[in-house]
Design a protein. Structure first.
Length: 412
């Protein structure tokens, strides 16, 4: 028996060489690698501007700030996602308003989204759940009709198209993420993409302590020498650092280091290969599991491709399987050293969201979103990474079937 993890990054010598080369260059922050990385990501999303940041979450935070979303505003989003897609709304003091999902695509139901818009709605944060870009064009049309911005949380959807348009190209602003379980990784990292130069420049400034836009990309002499720019500046770099210590607005340190960016540059060069490998792994799962009457496999609408982020199956039919049974199946897989997980528990049922809903700072509580709630108690994310072998897929699926039949027997 050998361990099959839930996910595993795909790092080759090309990545290692470029990171080492960058370390030897002496420039570890605010250098050419981050610029190269953001250009590659922006091009892949068919956007004019990319702003590399320290995480997808930081990117979402800056996107909402740049759009001027704040206290008193409501922002519509999905309850069935990684928590960051709603947390960014809380960071800026706005109120998340949840809308239920479509049971097939697991993305927000466009009709329910349209019905939830009120005069207080100031933005939509839409998520390509598990890499599925379904309805992005419909969300875009709804946002345009109401003259509010669409923010695309495409953190799970790198490199995919929907009706001929790339994920990341639908909203006013989009955000991608590069944690090690994503399609490509920078270790930690994210990238904001947009066609709007003003928004891009605002994000550039805010990721770099609110420095003036021109200076935000300028590197002071201390950085040229390889030291952290602020160390030189704090040490009394004086005139040589120019306006390095002049801050135009409240900013953050959400920069991406050159080492992370170098990893990302090498990964982006391999993007087509990586997407092909992931499609191959998804095909193996489909071949092995389709026709299984107790499992619902990822559902693609005819016009949709999927950027395979994870492979999430669902135990069939509401009422047929309980959450406890699902949880025991996951525990059983893990006992067999197979990485499996319950992607995702609903955001609005996280205890701190329930508390915020009671205080009126969040709209939506348990019972309000029956589809998202029912789906989230029956999902199982299976191991998914580029080099997963056919034999591993067979072990995972065989063990899954064994655990499911044990539960069936246990019911008597
Ligand atoms: C991964 C992810 C993020 C951002 O994650 P970070 O770990 O901050 O990079 C945001 N939203 C969704 C839907 C994600 O899957």
């Amino acid at each position: 028996m050998h361990e099959i993890p839930l996910s595993r990054p795909d790092i080759t010598n090309a990545e290692i060489d470029l990171v080492v080369q960058t370390m030897k260059s002496g420039r570890l922050a605010l250098g050419p690698m981050a610029e190269r990385f953001e250009q590659a990501v922006a091009a892949s999303a068919d956007r004019a501007h990319g702003v590399a940041v320290s995480s997808g979450t930081a990117g979402l935070h800056l996107a909402l700030l740049a759009l001027g979303i704040g206290p008193g505003d409501e922002v519509i989003t999905t309850p069935f996602s990684f928590v960051a897609s709603a947390n960014c709304i809380l960071y800026v003091g706005a109120k998340p308003v949840f809308v239920d999902v479509c049971p097939r695509t697991l993305n927000m139901d466009p009709e329910k989204l349209a019905a939830a818009i009120t005069p207080r709605t100031k933005a939509i944060v839409a998520v390509e759940t598990f890499g599925n870009p379904a309805y992005m064009d419909e969300y875009e049309a709804i946002a345009q009709r109401h003259e509010i911005p669409l923010v695309e949380d495409c953190c799970e959807a790198l490199g995919v198209s929907h009706r001929g348009r790339r994920a990341g190209s639908f909203g006013r602003i989009g955000v991608l993420a590069f944690y090690p379980n994503k399609q490509i990784t920078t270790g930690e990292g994210g990238c904001i993409v947009t066609d709007d130069r003003r928004l891009a420049n605002l994000c550039r400034s805010m990721r770099n302590q609110g420095r003036a836009i021109a200076d935000a990309r300028e590197r002071p002499s201390a950085a040229e020498a390889g030291a952290a720019p602020t160390a030189g500046a704090i040490g009394g770099g004086g005139g040589s650092v120019g306006s390095w210590l002049s801050h135009e607005r409240l900013g953050y340190n959400f920069r991406m280091s050159e080492l992370n960016a170098a990893l990302g540059v090498a990964q982006m060069r391999r993007l087509d290969e990586i997407i092909r490998k992931r499609q191959h792994v998804a095909n193996m799962y489909f071949k092995r599991l389709s026709g299984h009457h107790d499992l619902i496999l990822p559902t693609l609408l005819p016009e949709t491709e999927m950027s395979w982020f994870v492979f999430v199956v669902r135990l069939g039919g509401p009422g047929a399987w309980t959450r406890d049974e699902r949880d025991r199946i996951i525990a059983g897989l893990r006992r067999h050293e197979i990485g499996a997980s319950d992607y995702f528990p609903c955001i609005h049922t996280q205890p701190f969201y329930e508390a915020l809903a009671r205080e009126g700072q969040v709209r939506g509580r348990a019972g309000d979103f029956p589809i998202a709630e029912s789906v989230s108690t029956r999902t199982i994310a299976l191991p998914f990474f580029n080099d997963l072998t056919e034999r591993d897929v067979d072990i995972v699926c065989g063990t899954l079937e064994l655990m499911m039949s044990r539960e069936n027997l246990g019911r008597g």
